[in-house]
Structures are given as structure tokens and as C-alpha cells.
Design a protein around this ligand. Sequence first.
Ligand code: ADP
Length: 585
Amino acid sequence: MTARDRVNILLVDDQPARLLSYEAILAPLEQNLVRASSGVEALQKLLREEFAVILLDVSMPEMDGFETAAMIHQHPRFERTPIIFVTGHNITDLDALRGYELGAVDYVYVPIVPEILRGKVSVLVELHLKRQELVRANRELEQANAQLALANTTLQAEKTRELEQLNAVLERANAGLAEANRTLAAEVAERLRAEEALRHTHEQLREADRQKDEFLAMLAHELRNPLAPIHSAVELMGVKEIEDPEIRWCRDVIERQTEQLHRLVDDLLDVSRITQGKIKLQSAPLEVAAVISRALETTRPLIDARRHQIAVSAPDDPIWIEGDRTRLTQVVGNLLNNAAKYTPEGGQIRLTVELAGPDALVLIRVADSGTGISGEMLPKVFELFTQVDRTVHQAQGGLGIGLALVRRLVELHGGSVAAHSEGPGKGSEFTVKLPLLRRETAAEPAPATQAAQAPSPTARKVLVVDDNVDAALSLAGLLKVSGNIVETAYDGLQGIDAADRFRPEVIFLDLGMPKLDGFGAASWIRSQPWAEDVLLIAVTGWGQEDVRTRTQQSGFDAHLVKPVNFAKLSRLMDQHRSAGRKSVG
Ligand code: ADP
């Protein structure tokens, strides 16, 4: 134990010998032993230092032990300091009680038993030490508490600061949000205003559009009125023989232009009717060939005038659809007309009819080798009043209505139409798709259908002989769609074989052919007994007078120069049928 760890023990006795014996007894405890020889001195010592235990003699002169204890315990600092009274055995119980009241914790009796005194003091020292430890621990606890409180305060301050910062951030965010809200509200209001303006413009446009439709309808009506008498007048002029070639030319010009005007006015009228939903289809079961041949007939003059070659191909079996014959003829006619218009003279036009299996559709394609259409314009050509290049198309006439009409009419028939072109100068192809007549309807055709299915009264057996296969096939195609039964052969020998076997009513013969030329073939055919009434027509590139004389001599009834005018050809066949072969040519 270090000197600092020692506690003080106050030994109070008026007799120095006793003090000495106390010291001897307590020395083994190794504590600081402090002497006082009177109660007063004891009090003085107490004021200076703290004591773990007081050993107090009861019987002292002046201030005895009890009085000293009373004084000691009056002082709050020493109130708890334990006192052991040293007394003789003669102490009364009353005195002992008094001692306890004054704070004594124990008594030792004289003669002192050293072990007992040492034991009692040692216990009290131990107690004091424990109390000191407790006090220290208490102090440490208080300090820790104080630190904790400080830390708490710091933490709280920090948290408060953080919270305040967070609050500030939140406030800023809120302010931003409020601003964004205000902007949004302003934008919404602006958008509503714009929408309202748009709606207003839309209404104005619709009104303008309606007025335009009305104007077009009225214009077309008004134009028709003067057109009808002009048309009749020109027709009348056609009946009369006109001597003067110049006047005849003038009449022809008027006729052509009136027809053109007529078509434009009709288109205008149609388009305004369609846009107003006024067109009603006169639908009936219908053979596609009938539509094709009629359309070919109407466009033939233009195709011939522009010296185009036309190839027609169609399946041999009749194809039935449900539709309005006039309107569908108009559709195909418009496409053919465009093909003829937008193809430089001497071009190729191909008209193909084919079946598209799974969807039960018929595809009618009109392709040409003409000006073509740019990729940019392709999607627009079906829009009303669209013209790819007005300067080019004005030269051809037209208002940009035809294809819009085609699309509307095809759609009215439940079909569709599409345009394709590889680009300017690469030709164009238009494909119309129409639904086939439903099978149950086709199986039990209406009376009108039966009439249509009966062999056409104009049907003939026709043989086309030409070493130019394309030319032979396209003429055959045209003849087929007009309702004829047609065979082809590609040289003179094949031609006479086919004629002998097939016994046709009409034979078209090219003149320059391998193996046997047209003259030879014609002579042979004409010499056959069955061929007496056959209509023999030479179809050739040669138009010179001497060749014509030769064809006549070889037994030909007529001589046509390529490209063949189909209307003229049909007329020849009709005349032959009604009047016999001698009257044609
Ligand atoms: P229009 O012929 O009266 O101008 P359409 O509606 O028939 O009007 O055709 C619209 C436009 O489509 C034409 O002006 C022309 O530019 C283009 N077009 C139509 N058919 C063809 C075609 N076969 N080849 C090239 N361009 C065509």
C-alpha cells in the first residue's frame, strides 16, 4: 500500500501511554495514525484532515469522550465518521446508549485486547475505503453522465443542424416544385389555347372543304349543260359527209377535245359525289374479262394514237367478282389511260389478270414502261389533285383526280389499289386487288349471272400466227378478254397445222415468218374447203401498196399495219360475222 493510499485514524486519549499502545496495536494495519491528546485537539485535527475512524477515550479531563463525539457529529463533514469509544468495564448501559446516540459504532474495553481493537478498526477502515471507492465511482459516474449529457447536447445540436439543412433543402425543392407546377399549369393553359385554335382552324378547313366540294359539284353540273349540245352537234357533223379536209380536221379536233372535256367533267362530278358519299354501286356478279375488254375498248384510241404496244394476259377460266361493271371499267380504264398518257410514244403497256390463292383475290395489274414515279411521290398519287409534275402532266391533260377516284371506287368494292415504281424513267405498275365472288354465290348464280355466263354472242374461234411470240400472245390476250377462244402458232407451218386442226373463224397472219411466210400460209388455208368463209387478216409492219396487192392476191380479206388498232380489228370481225367475208376489207 502506498502512502497515498493510506487512510487516517485518529487516536484520541489524554494518556500518552495509552496512545502509544494504540499505535502499537494498530501499526500492522499500515495506516496513518494521528494522535490527539484532548477533545479540542481532536476537533482541530478533524478540521484539517479526513479520518476513516476515530478511537476516542471516554474519560478525559475537561471535554470527555461523549462531549467530544457530540461536537464531532454536529459538524456535517464528520457526521458519518465512525467512532470507537475506549472505556472501562464499569460503563453503564445508559452511558453506552448515550454513546450510540452520539454516533458511536462500537466500544472497546480496557484492558484492550489488541486483536479485538485491530479487528474493529480494520473493519471500519475497510468500510471507509469502500465508501471512498464508492464516492470515486460515483464521481466517475457523474463525470461520465456529464460527458454523456455533453455528447447528447452536441449530438442534438448536430441533429438539429442536419435537420435544419434538410429542411432548407426541402424548402428549396418545394419552391422548385411550385415553380415547375406553375410552368406546367401555364403550359397546359397554352396547350388548351392551341388546341382550341387548332379545332377552330380545323372547323374552318372543314367548312372550306365542304364549300369546295359544293363548288366542284356545281361547276361540273354547269359545265355539263353546254357540253351536252356541243357533243351532240359534233356527232351530227360526223354523220354528214364533210368534203373539205380542213373542216373535217376541225371537227375531229372538236370531237376529241369535247370527249376529253367530258371525261374531266365526269371525273369532277364523280369525285364530288364520292366525297359526299353519294355514289351507290350497282353491284352484280360480274366476269373480270368483261370489265377488262370494255376498259381496253375505251382506252384503245389513246393507246393506238400514242403507238403503244399492249400485252394482255389473263387465265383461261372465267373469273367472277361482285361489282359495278361501269365503275370497275372506269377503274381499269383510268389506269390504262394513265399508262398511255405517262408513257412516251411507242412504249409498252402490260395488263395482267391473275388469281391470288389464299385470300381469294383477283389481281389486275397495269404496268407501263413510262415516266415512272419517284419514291417520294408514290404514296401521294392516290390523293386528290396530286400531280407529280404539273408541267409534264398538263401537256397530257387531267386534274389529278383519276387515281383518287380509282382508290375510292376500289375501296367501295372491298378491294385495294397500290402503286409501284422503281423511280423516274423506270415505268410504273398499279395493282388492283378485288375479292372474288363468294363460292356459294358463284355456285348458284343469280339470273343476271347466268346470262353473263352464257357463251358470249360475239365469241369466235381465232388463230393468231406470228413468229414474234410476244406480239402473238398479247393480241391473243386482247382477243381472249373480249370473249373469244384463241390459239396461237409461231411460224407458217405451225400456223397451217393449227388452222387445219382448230378450224378457226378468224386467222391473223404475220407476213414475214420462218418456214412458210404469211402469203404461203394464206394461200394454203384459202384452198381448203373448210376455209372458204374464214376471215383472213394480214398483220404486218409493211404497209406499202405492192404488199397490200400481194396480200389481196393471196386470199387475205384485210391488211392491218402494226401496231394494230384493236377497235378496227373488232369492227372487221363484227362486219364479217354479220355480212359474210366478201364484204369486209
Ligand atoms: P391526272 O392523270 O389527271 O393528273 P391521276 O389522279 O390519274 O391524275 O394521277 C395522279 C398523278 O399520278 C398524275 O398526275 C401522274 O403524275 C401520276 N401518275 C399516274 N399514273 C401514272 C403512270 N402510269 N406513270 C407515271 N405517273 C403516273
